[in-house]
Unconditional design. Structure first.
Ligand code: HEC
Length: 139
């Protein structure tokens, strides 16, 4: 009995660690870490006026990878063609190491990412995923 309860508690913890980011905190972290390269806009409506080095992240959660008019790298495009649709858990993994994510997803050790940035802290990554989900129909 005790063992079952412990297991249930562990499962609960693992799930919440993945999808329980704090969107308000994510907004601040996004401004510090992502905005240099990424903007968030819906048509003409600027939500975060940032750089254009990376694609618009409005609605990215629930969207196919590499599906805006941005000039993505070949590996990002290949991931989109293979069926990658961003959800919070995938964004959390991607942000830790975009190149490693693509290598793994494509099963191709030569995969490359044009996003030259890594966010090490898992809490920060979960917060940003929760923040990005506020600009999507799904989360
Ligand atoms: C140095 C510039 C730079 C920084 C900083 C950066 N990115 Fe990116 N990001 C890019 C580029 C360039 C791409 C396109 C990757 C490719 O084509 O391989 C990208 C792609 C992405 C994608 C995939 C989008 C899609 O349409 O498939 C997501 C999600 C993303 N970035 C989120 C973030 C978040 C969140 C942060 C902050 C934690 C961040 N990025 C920081 C440059 C950056």
């Amino acid at each position: 009995m005790i063992r079952i309860a412990a297991l249930a508690a562990m499962t609960l913890f693992a799930t919440s660690a993945l999808a329980d980011g704090d969107a308000a905190k994510g907004e601040g972290t996004f401004a510090k870490r992502c905005k240099t390269c990424h903007s968030i806009y819906n048509g003409d409506n600027d939500i975060v006026k940032g750089g254009k080095i990376g694609p618009n992240l409005f609605g990215v959660i629930g969207r196919s990878a590499a599906s805006t008019d941005f000039k993505y790298g070949d590996s990002a495009k290949a991931a989109g063609e293979k069926g990658l649709v961003w959800d919070q858990a995938q964004i959390i993994t991607y942000l830790e190491d975009p190149k490693a994510f693509l290598v793994e997803y494509l099963g191709d050790s030569k995969a490359r990412s044009k996003m030259a940035f890594k966010l090490r802290d898992e809490g920060d990554r979960a917060d940003i995923a929760a923040y990005l989900a506020t600009f999507s129909g799904t989360n």
